[in-house]
Design a protein around this ligand. Structure first.
Ligand SMILES: NC(=O)c1ccc[n+]([C@@H]2O[C@H](COP(=O)([O-])OP(=O)(O)OC[C@H]3O[C@@H](n4cnc5c(N)ncnc54)[C@H](OP(=O)(O)O)[C@@H]3O)[C@@H](O)[C@H]2O)c1
Length: 321
């Protein structure tokens, strides 16, 4: 099968299209023919580790998983002898966050892993772009108390995690201020933003507005900058560790003192969440935002684009012939 292989860490140029052995499903696994996948910031982070902790997980000197790609949509081609939930021909979508492997024509995933039947009302490209942003955003959104319609500011509302967080926070019932570039105003309003702020023209920490929650989905702010826009007892959430990993330490310390606090939940995907996303999509309450679509052969270009940190939503790789 065709796959994008990287045997060393480095720039997008370490990604090469190769012929590799097609995987064989174990007893508890399904073999999926992938129709679409994505390039996301985690793929980039594991291809060129910025944080040492990534090397501890992904290989100290060279990548343990030589095929990246953590989300996918496709069709089950074969199943292991113990598989009960899926059968050949089933369209599925989901995540492979621990072993990656989705930048390929085929992947094997345990039937109890983070896969579910593909929503009936989506294309493979749309379905492939759902789960990464949504599961990461849900990790943060679950920390919020949605009683009494909290006022939430989402910084980076036009990114993958941002567009997901915006829709999920709207679904649970929040009043949302979205921070993004002017060119994405209409998009974020269509996803549920009640107010919009252009980060290129206005500093949201200086306009006097107060929020119950600041969710920085692109990690461009800090608790110390945002503290003054949080109401008493307000929560600061960030998708990034922050300067000197401060968000980890602040998440350990600030809840002890009461008052305004930092929470830094560790994401963990599961099948129940993928089934929840399917329900939301089929009910018309969630949609994946797609910026660009590339063929597998152009994954280096796709990766370079993702690394501009200026994509809107998600970048899809289509494997349709
Ligand atoms: N905690 C975790 O486990 C975890 C896991 C994966 C990823 N992450 C991190 O999560 C972050 C977001 O990931 P993502 O995939 O959602 O990012 P993304 O899609 O690459 O974000 C791109 C978006 O961010 C916007 N943006 C850039 N600079 C901004 C600023 N200063 N203020 C507001 N918006 C800005 C861009 O808007 P314009 O194009 O208009 O500039 C663009 O729409 C990344 O930093 C990533 O490393 C964390």
């Amino acid at each position: 099968m065709k796959a994008i292989v990287n045997t060393i860490y480095g720039s997008p140029d370490v990604l090469h299209l190769r012929e590799v052995e097609k995987p064989i499903p174990k007893d508890n696994e399904v073999l999926i023919k992938i129709h679409a996948t994505t390039v996301n910031r985690t793929d980039c982070g594991f291809r060129k580790p910025e944080y040492f902790i990534v090397r501890l997980v992904g290989g100290l000197f060279k990548p343990k998983n030589k095929i990246l790609g953590s989300e996918l949509a496709g069709v089950v081609e074969a199943v292991g002898s113990a598989v009960k939930i899926f059968k050949p021909g089933d369209p599925v979508f989901g995540l492979s966050t621990y072993n990656f492997g989705a930048h390929a024509e085929y992947i094997c995933i345990p039937e109890n892993g983070s896969i579910a039947p593909k929503p009936g009302n989506t294309s493979f490209e749309e379905a492939a772009a759902v789960c990464y942003g949504a599961f990461l955003a849900l990790t943060y959104i679950r920390k919020i108390d949605f009683k009494n319609t909290p006022k939430i500011l989402i910084n980076g509302a036009s990114g993958s995690i941002g567009t997901a967080g915006l829709q999920l926070a709207k679904y649970y019932g929040a009043e949302i201020t979205a921070v993004c570039n002017t060119r994405n105003f209409e998009l974020v309003k269509s996803l549920g933003a009640d107010k919009v702020i252009d980060f290129t023209k206005e500093d949201f920490t200086k306009n006097g507005q107060l929020y119950d929650v600041v969710f920085d989905s692109v990690g461009k702010s800090s608790f110390f900058r945002c503290k003054k826009v949080l109401k008493p007892g307000g929560i600061y959430l960030s998708s990034e560790l922050g300067f000197l990993w401060q968000n980890i330490f602040l998440a350990l310390l600030t809840p002890i003192f009461g008052g305004k606090k930092v929470l830094f939940p560790i994401p963990k995907d599961n099948k129940e969440d993928i089934l929840f996303f399917k329900e939301l999509i089929e009910a018309g309450k969630y949609k994946a935002v797609i910026d660009r679509t590339y063929p597998l052969e152009q994954i280096v270009e796709a990766t370079r684009y993702v690394e501009t940190c200026q994509k809107t939503g998600n970048v899809v790789i289509s494997l349709h012939e």
